[in-house]
Design a protein around this ligand. Structure first.
Ligand SMILES: Nc1ncnc2c1ncn2[C@@H]1O[C@H](COP(=O)(O)OP(=O)(O)O)[C@@H](O)[C@H]1O
Ligand SMILES: [Mg+2]
Length: 367
């Protein structure tokens, strides 16, 4: 079984601490995605798991065995990079079989493994071509095939789709998801693209500056982000954050509500349902509202004027502004009649709004 276990893993380059104490538990067969902004340490963490980088401290186990000092070739992993790194002078077949041949695996066995991987990836008609005669997507598939033939316990992918155009990226994303279902192996996948993370992952690990901010399923992170960083990173367009101050509490029909006066909206106070402990009056908070949670039947409102419209066909994004100049992004399915300069009620469902404290940590409503 190929569980991957990280305990207080740290990685420094000289005196620069890049990975700053990561604890992570990955189950056999899980599809785990590391996501975060560029430079947050995703590749470094993946390379530390692969053995391409030593870890500075902490412990790494794969399949229960401590791997800290085990050679990359003996960790039971295979890595697929953004740059496909195919050998230009070799055919697809030779590229895919190279590592096995190099390791002294008998020719018939190499052939069988390469054929089987080619079948899974639909590469059979291309086996005698050289990389230069392949499209970007086909090259990426060969790079994946080269990993499959090694029959690894764990696949490591580092932004494998970043060099592909948008359409091909969607196509390859579906292929990688299918591959995971077919192979049932553990996959650790790095991307800075939250859509890729949301669509592929069983479990997303959100990283910021070498620290894990939150781990959870895509919808757990979307519905219940632990802080403004995760809330802002997951979901597109980004969640709106409104600064404000708690002005009072009220009980209405058995529901406790917290009143928040928002900065930049004329004398506007919104009322959010909360259970459990209320933030005290005067607490500075930030209210998070996703663009898609605005709709005409909402019980709270944020009056705005439309600055700009983006009509995508199926939905419209309205970029609007409050009287005090606060930007609000509103998503609507029904935006064809909207006009720039138009005033909107900005109705949203108060029960879906999230509350955060000044440091960005979530104020939970149901403790
Ligand atoms: N070999 C290295 N030497 C020094 N600093 C490095 C090295 N590799 C990565 N870094 C630094 O570590 C940080 C994280 O890099 P990386 O893991 O590549 O980020 P990501 O993949 O999330 O974009 C960056 O600031 C980068 O400059
Ligand atoms: Mg990277």
């Amino acid at each position: 079984m190929a569980d991957v276990q990280l305990t207080q893993v740290r990685k420094s380059f000289g005196d620069v601490d890049v990975i700053r104490g990561v604890d992570l538990s990955i189950q056999h067969g899980e599809f785990v995605v590391f996501v975060g902004p560029s430079g947050c340490g995703k590749s470094t963490l993946l390379r530390a798991i692969s053995g391409l980088e030593d870890i500075t401290s902490g412990e790494l186990r794969i399949g229960g065995e401590v791997m800290n000092h085990v050679d990359p070739s003996k960790r039971g992993i295979a890595m697929v990079f953004q740059s496909y790194a195919l050998y230009p002078h070799m055919t697809v077949r030779e590229n895919m079989g190279f590592a096995l041949k190099h390791a002294g695996v008998p020719k018939v066995e190499v052939q069988a493994k390469v054929d089987s991987a080619a079948k899974i990836l639909g590469l059979e008609p291309l086996m005698d071509r050289k990389p230069k005669a392949l499209s970007g997507g086909q090259r990426q598939r060969v790079a994946i095939g080269r990993a499959i033939v090694r029959d690894p316990q764990v696949f490591l992918f580092d932004e494998p789709l970043s060099n592909l155009d948008a359409e091909l990226r969607v196509h390859m994303r579906i292929e990688i998801a299918r591959l995971h279902r077919e192979l049932g192996s553990t996959i650790i996948y790095v991307t800075h693209d939250q859509v890729e993370a949301m669509t592929l992952a069983d479990k997303i690990v959100v990283l910021r500056a070498g620290v894990v901010e939150q781990v959870g399923s895509p919808l757990e992170l979307y519905d219940n982000p632990a802080n403004t960083f995760v809330a802002g990173f997951i979901g597109s367009p980004r969640m709106n954050f409104f600064e404000g101050k708690v002005t009072g509490h009220a009980a209405e029909g058995g529901v406790n509500r917290c009143q928040v006066a928002l900065t930049g909206f004329d004398k506007l106070s919104i009322s959010l349902p909360l259970q459990g402990s209320m933030p005290t009056v005067g607490t500075e908070v930030s209210v998070g509202v996703r663009p898609e949670h605005f709709n005409d039947s909402g019980d709270a409102q944020l009056p705005v004027v439309i600055d700009m419209l983006e009509h995508l066909g199926g939905e419209t994004f309205a970029y609007a502004r409050s009287s005090g100049g606060v930007m609000v992004v509103i998503e609507t399915k029904d935006g064809r009649s909207l006009r720039t300069g138009q005033a909107l009620d900005g109705r949203f469902e108060a029960s879906k709004a999230l509350l955060f404290d000044k440091s960005g940590a979530r104020i939970y409503c149901n403790d």
